[in-house]
Design a protein around this ligand. Structure first.
Ligand code: TXE
Length: 480
């Protein structure tokens, strides 16, 4: 069986403690690899290697670092198909999605930040005849990057690429549920000639490996994407150590549909924003708010289209929804559907596990589910479900739409569908969310600030925001 090894100081290694964890394929439920079950000893080795590598990595300069990061991206592109297959097996997502989105985006993350750092400039503040101030930005040091299972290589690289480009060395931990493509990346880094210790990847459980990275005094910055509860635990440990923190957490995103929208375009997009990756994207819209004038028309058309979606083998390129990521996650999502029924919701379609045949009979599949009849306060419309489950709620006017949209403790991404430009601007301004898409979804420009408000997180990633996070600003004031 394949072994997912740590990548520490340029070498692939088992965990110091010698233990292994199982890596499951959600499509079948079977174990397809064993993962190094690391702990604080492995993290210690990784931090030591990263600290040692730091001076030479900084001294290589922006162009030198950029060239090496580009080389890794080129190798990822060469191996795109193998990476896409691995991601689909490890995560359960449709192969077509991994080919079209996950792996191309992981490659873009490397290329984008390798380019961005070459075009970055610092500020100067001139004080007439008194002095010149300029902002010097040095890498923060060893950066800790902890990523989740929903977009494994995509989000892993979204963190490590800016950190490396900014001149940091990295100790990174992918999710123990989907570690495989990060392991393949470590092999490519060796092939690309990335100097030992510049990137270290430690596999294993969050409370062991993630917690050890968070608590390590030699890691002054932590970039984390994952659940809100884990984010709170990381903040609790890191804040008294005055670490820099970037936390990208959960969401309960609204899509607000006004009756003046382009109906067909909206319908196709809302299907995607509801069920892409089985609804396991922090940007997926899980609360669909529809103006009363088109509520019944939308409901009928939407449910019809959802019923036609194919839940099936992730390896089949025609599959719309693959498996959800784990048995525990499937149980959690099904529990939320049961709760929605208890709360008085009506399940318009889906609502149950899908049992497939043959080798897929033990896989973790859930039918895309649409629920109506629940108000904004119930748990179904408050808790992040993070699966193929959406609710419908009607509204009358802009004020009610806004109140419903802002009625959760999260604030990550909102979508507006309207042809009224003034309304779009007004709503975009007043929505409590870090990202607003108008008449589109998941259109991503990597230069834009990315992140959420309220319980969706702290800080912004993307473009210069990420480069700023991984550097310390120092004002240098020179008397004239
Ligand atoms: O995520 P965790 P889980 C949401 C979603 C999901 C819920 C829980 O609602 O159902 O979170 O998912 C590492 N110190 N999102 O429990 O545990 C862990 O090993 C440091 C939203 O699977 O937060 C993994 O690498 N690290 C989300 C990473 O944290 C720790 C994506 C994320 O896993 C740790 C995923 C600790 N004490 C889930 N404990 C999004 N925002 O996109 C765990 N980890």
């Amino acid at each position: 069986m394949e072994q997912v090894l740590n990548y520490i100081n340029g070498t692939l290694l088992p965990a110091v403690g010698g233990g292994w964890l199982d890596d499951h394929a959600p499509a079948t439920g079977a174990v397809h690899a064993h993962i190094a079950d690391s702990d604080e000893r492995d993290v210690e080795l990784a931090v030591q290697a990263a600290t040692k590598a730091l001076p030479a990595w900084k001294a290589l300069g922006t162009q030198g670092r950029s060239d090496l990061i580009m080389r890794v991206a080129d190798l990822m592109e060469r191996d795109l198909e193998a990476l896409a297959k691995a991601e689909s097996i490890d995560n359960g997502k449709p192969i077509a999605l991994a080919r079209r989105m996950d792996i191309p985006r992981a490659i873009s993350n490397f290329r984008f930040f390798a380019g961005a750092v070459l075009h970055w400039n610092s500020d100067a503040h001139l004080m007439d005849d008194v002095a010149i101030n300029y902002t010097d930005r040095q890498p923060v040091g060893v950066a800790g990057c902890i990523s989740p299972w929903n977009l494994p290589l995509y989000l892993f690289t979204w963190k490590i690429a800016p950190a490396l480009a900014a001149g940091c060395c990295v100790v990174a931990k992918p999710s123990e549920i989907t570690p495989y493509t990060a392991f393949l990346l470590s092999r490519l880094c060796i092939e690309a000639g990335l100097p030992p210790g510049v990137l270290n990847i430690v596999h294993g459980l969050g409370p062991k490996v993630g917690a050890a990275i968070t608590a390590h005094p030699g890691v002054p910055a932590i970039s984390f994407t994952g659940g809100t509860r884990t984010g709170a635990e990381i903040a609790r440990v890191a804040a008294p150590m005055f670490k820099k923190l970037s936390l990208e957490l959960g969401g309960k995103n609204p899509v607000v549909i006004f009756d003046d929208c382009d109906f067909e375009e909206m319908l196709t997009s809302v299907l995607r924003s509801s069920f892409t990756n089985q609804g396991q994207i922090c940007l997926c819209s899980s609360r669909i708010l529809v103006q009363r004038g088109i509520y019944e028309r939308f409901k009928q058309a939407f449910v019809e289209r959802v019923k036609a979606m194919r839940v099936g083998d992730p390896a089949d390129p025609t599959t719309d929804l693959g498996a959800v990521v784990s048995e525990a996650h499937m149980t959690k999502v099904l529990g939320h559907i049961a709760l929605a029924r208890e709360e008085g919701g009506t399940v318009l379609c889906g609502g149950e596990r899908v049992l497939l045949d043959g080798p897929l009979r033990n896989g973790w599949y859930i039918a895309p589910t649409v629920i109506e009849g629940l108000g904004p306060e119930c748990r179904t419309n408050q808790d992040e479900i993070f699966g193929p489950v959406v609710t419908l709620q009607p509204f009358t006017d802009d004020a009610e739409a806004l109140a419903l949209a802002n009625s959760t403790s999260y604030g990550l991404a909102s979508v507006l569908w309207t042809s009224n430009v003034k309304r779009a601007h007004r709503m975009a301004r007043d929505l409590h969310s870090g990202i607003v898409w108008v008449n589109c979804w998941l259109v991503r420009d990597l230069r834009t600030p990315f992140g959420g408000m309220k319980q969706s997180g702290v800080g912004r990633e993307g473009g210069h925001e990420a480069l700023r996070f991984f550097t310390e600003a120092k004002n240098v004031c020179i008397r004239l």
